[in-house]
Design a protein around this ligand. Structure first.
Ligand code: IDP
Ligand code: MG
Length: 136
């Protein structure tokens, strides 16, 4: 049975500032995702705080929100069969030093905070995150 899904992907400031966006997008496309929508933006810290609300009790929350709002990001809606899980696999573990070979975070991530990409982790969050950035 087919299960075409959409997920939200973000190329984070560390990757955008190293001019890795095109390379990362190529890797995404190679993995048979369609980039359904895409925009390069910079967000305010307040917006990052809202986006990462689920992490507000974490010790790294403030730094995380400062970081996501520190420079340009590329936000994309990706579409393919099982997009949410497949994008998480392609990204690799949160900590790049623990990510598997062939993953985006293994190849491009600098550290657990500067790990180059975000991807939705569930169908519920994919919908919330897509609406957050793309709702008209
Ligand atoms: P994910 O991005 O793999 O879904 P989450 O646990 O949802 O990981 O955490 C969101 C983001 O918060 C991570 O991508 C990473 O940038 C940052 N983060 C997670 N854990 C830590 C930590 O222990 N120290 C610093 N930053 C962290
Ligand atoms: Mg997450």
């Amino acid at each position: 049975m087919s299960n075409t899904e959409q997920t939200l992907s973000i190329i984070k400031p560390d990757a955008v500032e190293r001019n890795l966006s095109e390379e990362i997008k190529e890797k995404i496309i190679e993995n048979i995702f369609k980039i359904f929508k895409e925009k390069k933006i910079k967000i305010e810290k307040q917006e990052a705080e809202k986006f990462y609300q689920v992490h507000q009790s974490k010790p790294f929350y403030n730094d995380l929100c400062s970081y996501l709002s520190s420079g340009a990001i590329v936000v994309m809606i990706l579409e393919r069969e099982n997009a949410i899980l497949e994008n998480r696999k392609l990204m690799g573990a949160t900590d790049p030093s623990k990510a598997e070979d062939g993953t985006i975070r293994k190849k491009y991530g600098i550290s657990i905070d500067k790990n180059s990409v975000h991807g939705s982790d569930s169908p519920e969050n994919a919908k919330i995150e897509i609406d957050f950035f793309f709702k008209e």
